[in-house]
Every structure is written in structure tokens, then in C-alpha cells.
Design a protein around this ligand. Sequence first.
Ligand SMILES: [Zn+2]
Length: 381
Amino acid sequence: MTNATQAVFFYTQKYREFDYGPSHPMKIRRLTHTHDLIHAYGLFHSAHTRLADVPTATEDELRRIHTKEYLDVLRAASAGVSVPRSWHFGLGTSDNPIFEGVYAWSTLLTGASLEAARLLAAGETPRAFNIAGGLHHAASGRASGFCYINDAAVAIRLLIDHGLRVAYVDIDAHHGDGVQDAFYDTDQVLTISLHETGLTLFPGTGFPEEIGTGKGEGFSVNVPLAPETDDEIFIWAFEETVPPLLETFRPDVVVTQLGIDAHRSDPLSHLRLTMQGFLRAVAILAESAPRWLALGGGGYHLGNVPRAWTAVWALMAGIEVGPELPAAFLPQFRAEGCTETSLADAPYRTEGPRKEEAWHYARTQVGRVQELVFPRLGVRR
Ligand SMILES: [Zn+2]
């Protein structure tokens, strides 16, 4: 066991072939920058980790979550066929443009999540990271919020087909609605999402009252947070909910969606996390995951995504890295207009009445979760 693989990272240069368009906030090249920063740190050279290529998911695999009608429309649209009423499937909107190869892009990133799930299920590695995954908004029959195929749901389905208990924890700034909906009526998957409240941010859902239905009652958990929520409030809300839920549910696999759009410099959300707050939550997840499938997610500031997911990969691989970004990486970072020089951020705290409001909202929402969900799952406090 001395050379057993401890963590697998998925990446392909094929990602470079796809583009949502010049004015779209989702920049696929953030994945290339992440890969390149990890490479510059020398983090792919450990004997205990592996850099894996990305297979393409098959239609049969996608059909475990998505409807045939939707997949047919997505494939046709991707090939340039004009599809009537494409908006009915969430396609051709400013959020979800039909760009060349969108189907191939989606099957690649989903293939990575599936292969990661297969390796975890087979016991070939305890940890795997698909930075292209975590497209948590896609619904069974429509695209939503920059997401066409819900790779997280497809991978979780594979894991539960192997008889594994799965906890899904989503710390993206947006509610993980697509994953919640896919498993809303089952007790095999516990979904937990911490996010900016739907009162101020897309998709407008994710309140504590959304607890699941039927056998799934109590297995959907939502912790909405107010604009201006900083590290202190976020970590408090996280620690009050996630560790006790995971300790009670005892998952075989923890699937994490690690969007970095809750960062204070992200242009799409109003949360105010720093890299340190984000990584504190990730470190707690790492401790509570017997097997860990990490997925990327949102993140619309090019200066944040490579730093965040490089730090996550170092944590998964168990390698200490210095905060200073390697000189070899800086030119390509500068070319994007990014001025960050460290993995860490300057400390930040929200102050004044905005802080009090954010605290009040967090306390109220966490209280609702503990009242509605904890007794149903038998969580002791
Ligand atoms: Zn997001």
C-alpha cells in the first residue's frame, strides 16, 4: 500500500476547444489556468496522486438523470441545427447560449465526474477532483444557470447504484437546486446547500422549508445567507449544520460542490468570503469525508478560481504549499488582468449594521434548519 493512490485529478486540454462566448461570465479557460497553477507549484509530481484524462459520458449514462427529449434537443442544437422552441429547454438564452460543441463539452465534464465516482466506488482512490464539474443547476429536462448537464447528479446516481450512501455538500454562492431536485424524494442522498439567499440571488430557491418529500423528508437541507455574509458568519453557519448532519448521516462518500463565487470579489454574488474562509469549510469537509468526490462549480473572477482550486488540490493531495504564487505562472495570470500574488487574501470582516443584519439572518435560518431537519434525522445537539 506504500504507493497507493491518494487522490486523482481530472483534466483535458480539450476544454480549450469550448467557449460560452466573449461576454459570458463563465470562462472555461479558468480551468486551464487552474491546471497550469497546480503544475507550476509542482503538485502533479507526487507519487501518491494521479493526473487522469477525461472520458466522454455516454447518452445512457446521462439518461439516468436527463430526459431523452432534452438530450436530443441539446445534441441537435450543439451541432448547429435550429431547434424550434429551444427556450422551452432553457437553451439559447443569455445564461445558456447554444455554443459550438456544447453537447461535447457537457459530456466531457460529466465523463470526468462519472469516472471519478467509478474510481471511488471501486476503492481505487479515496479522493478525486473534477474542477470542470459541479454544474448544479441543470434540471432533468432543461438547461439552467450556465449548466446543461448535471454532472453532480449523474455521478451521485452512479454512487447510489453501487449501494453507497452519499452526502452532497454545496458551498457555491448559488443554491444547488438541480441536485436537490434530482434526489428530493429519497433518503439515500443527503443534500446540503449553503448559499446566498434566494431573496437576492439566482435561482431564488433554497430555503430551510425545502426539506424533501416522502422518504426524502429531512434529507434536503438549505442554509440561506444574507448579502455581506463574511468568513466569520459563514463558518459559524457551516459548523452549526454540516458536521452534525454528516456525523449522523454517516455517508460512504461525500460529494462537494466547491464553487468559489461566494468570494468577496466575485462579480455575481453578494457574499464576502475570503480564500481563508472558503478553505476552512473545505478542510472541515475533508475531515468528514471517508471518500471524497470534489467538484468545481461557480467562480467568475479569474483571479480567484485557480488559487481556490489549487489550494483544494494541495489539501486533497496532503501537500503543503507556500502562499506565494510561482513566478512561472504569473505572466499568464497578469495577461488576464489578475494582480493576486498569493494563495491567501488580506483578512476581511463586514462591519456595522450590515454585519448585524447578516448575523441575524444567519441565526434565524440556521435555527429553522435545526428545528425542521435535525429532529427528523435524529441529530443530537
Ligand atoms: Zn454559483
